[in-house]
Design a protein around this ligand. Structure first.
Ligand SMILES: NC(=O)c1ccc[n+]([C@@H]2O[C@H](COP(=O)([O-])OP(=O)(O)OC[C@H]3O[C@@H](n4cnc5c(N)ncnc54)[C@H](OP(=O)(O)O)[C@@H]3O)[C@@H](O)[C@H]2O)c1
Length: 292
């Protein structure tokens, strides 16, 4: 509770993820009943403890949802060619519908070059250049997970987006840029007037202060302060930075005193991102088997 006694309504991502994952589990069961076992393959390169932990969590969740999850663990000394060979094997394997390469990978490897080798239809992160092109053109395909999660979060909590002014702080490839394309699409849960601001816009608060929906996507802890928020606006905290295990969000907690609704510091956008990964995976299996 703020000193003024007003706090924004919270927009947690957990219930959104639960709903999406329940739909995924139902779709997986439907595929299995038709004789298709959806498979989400995972690739880990090197021995980073945190990455290994993230992969284990995703594999456990995949198993709970009914996916098969073949896994390849390459040594930290693996070459770019080794990575490409694994991805090409998965591309050729009709039994594998989605492939996830855990990020980050060791510094001597080029993640983007690896991603470009992957079959775009198996790209569950929705970040392959072909899928970014599909998004730009409004064609069906896997959507980038964090932007898709934010659209789902707003829809789940009944936040109207259509016709409203959305300002996104950040134009990064993971979040700001694809989110701008997504929320400008002609669909009832999008259809917004979208403005994107970044370091090239020195007076960016001029734009964020007029936003009905403000999305922080900068990765700069505390960059969004109450004076940058229009009273009553909806504030979505997408950008985060980690210092060790400590999560430092873009949106200062005191923004809750000005906003009408706001994602919580922890458990906001994050859970929806993971849910979208599995949604992409099951949809890939549906498309590949003609059962979508
Ligand atoms: N919650 C989740 O599940 C989740 C998932 C994925 C990503 N993320 C987070 O989302 C954030 C964005 O990731 P990304 O890869 O899309 O972006 P990115 O490539 O890191 O780019 C950050 C963007 O923020 C802008 N920016 C940085 N400092 C700024 C400042 N002082 N004033 C104005 N603009 C500033 C940059 O402007 P310029 O373009 O001018 O440099 C850039 O467009 C990161 O924090 C990432 O951790 C969260």
């Amino acid at each position: 509770m703020s000193s003024s006694g007003t706090t924004a309504r919270l927009l947690p991502g957990g219930p959104v993820a639960e709903q999406v994952l329940a739909e995924v589990a139902e779709a997986v069961a439907g595929l299995r009943a038709s004789g298709v076992t959806p498979a989400l393959a995972t690739v880990l390169v090197g021995d980073d403890d945190a990455s290994a932990g993230y992969i284990r969590i995703k594999q456990r969740q995949a198993a709970e949802l009914g996916f098969a999850s073949p896994h390849v663990h390459l040594p930290g000394s693996a070459s770019q060619a080794d990575l490409h060979a694994v991805l090409e094997d998965f591309n050729a394997d009709k039994g594998v519908h989605g492939v996830l390469v855990q990020y980050p990978i060791p510094g001597h490897l080029d993640y983007d070059r690896g991603l470009a080798v992957l079959d775009p239809d198996k790209d569950v992160d929705g970040m392959h250049p072909v899928n970014m092109g599909r998004l730009a053109l409004g064609l069906p395909g896997p959507l980038p997970c964090t932007p898709a999660g934010i659209e789902a979060l707003l829809a789940f909590h009944g936040v109207p987006v259509s016709g409203r002014e959305v300002v996104i702080l950040g134009r990064g490839a993971t979040l700001g840029r694809p989110l701008a394309m997504l929320l400008a699409q002609k669909r009832p849960t999008a259809n917004a007037a979208v403005t994107v601001v970044h370091t090239g816009v020195a007076d960016w608060p001029r734009y964020t202060r007029r936003a009905e929906i403000l999305v922080a996507a900068a990765g700069v802890p505390g960059i969004v302060q109450p004076e940058h928020v229009r009273p009553g606006a909806v504030v979505v905290g997408g950008g985060v930075r980690y210092e060790g295990r400590r999560l430092l969000p873009d949106v200062d907690e005191s923004c809750a005193e000005v906003a009408g609704a706001i994602t919580p510091r922890v458990g906001g956008v994050g859970p929806t991102t993971v849910a979208m990964l599995f949604r992409n995976a099951v949809r890939a299996a549906q498309r590949a088997s003609g059962l979508g």
